[in-house]
Ligand binder design. Sequence first.
Ligand SMILES: Cc1cc2nc3c(=O)[nH]c(=O)nc-3n(C[C@H](O)[C@H](O)[C@H](O)COP(=O)(O)O)c2cc1C
Length: 215
Amino acid sequence: MSTHYGAIAFTDAVVDVQREHGSDGFYGRKRVQGRAAPGTDALTDDEREYLADRDGFYLASVSETGWPYVQFRGGPTGFLRVVDEHTIGWADFRGNLQYITTGNVSGDDRVALIVLDYAQRRRLKIFGHARVVTVTDDPALVKSFADPDYAADVERAVLVTVEAFDWNCQQHITPRYSAAELEPHLAPLRQQLADLRAENARLREGLEGGEPHAR
Ligand SMILES: Cc1cc2nc3c(=O)[nH]c(=O)nc-3n(C[C@H](O)[C@H](O)[C@H](O)COP(=O)(O)O)c2cc1C
């Protein structure tokens, strides 16, 4: 965990609770007092590779009345792009026309993402500032985020300037696998089952048509 992540996440109220539970000493090193935390966290190859392999994530924004709002964003694997070491972005698809996230970030650009890999039981949490880019603003940029092989109407791109990130532990993540992840394991089993069925049918035919077995 970076000190910058601690500076954002470990507010006074959080530190009070840590103190109650005796973890403030451990985490204190990760908290730079006030908002004067140095720089922002740069994404490394580890985060870049991890994010490029994902097909969804959860995105939290803050409403103008202070309510947190979480929405799932999904797409083809790799739709979440690392633009550079401080920027990630994705194509935002036309959905239920509620535009809650878009409205929220127009007032307060702070967002949080949690990006899970259920199969490998990994999770990455990101704090950042979101910027919505519409087709009218920059058609080329929005198009550059679209995947022509994926059937979705791209309404806008969302760019997030990453402030800080932190990898979480694996605890309590139930391993889950997508259909695509399971397919390489299921295909040979399916073939084996077909072969066994065919062999079984041949053996049955032989039994029914052949001589009864001697006892
Ligand atoms: C026809 C249609 C209906 C949808 N209905 C819902 C819904 O009832 N609840 C929901 O959370 N998402 C729904 N979605 C998905 C959201 O529209 C999508 O996740 C969108 O990005 C939400 O953005 P927002 O949460 O920023 O408003 C629907 C999508 C489509 C295409």
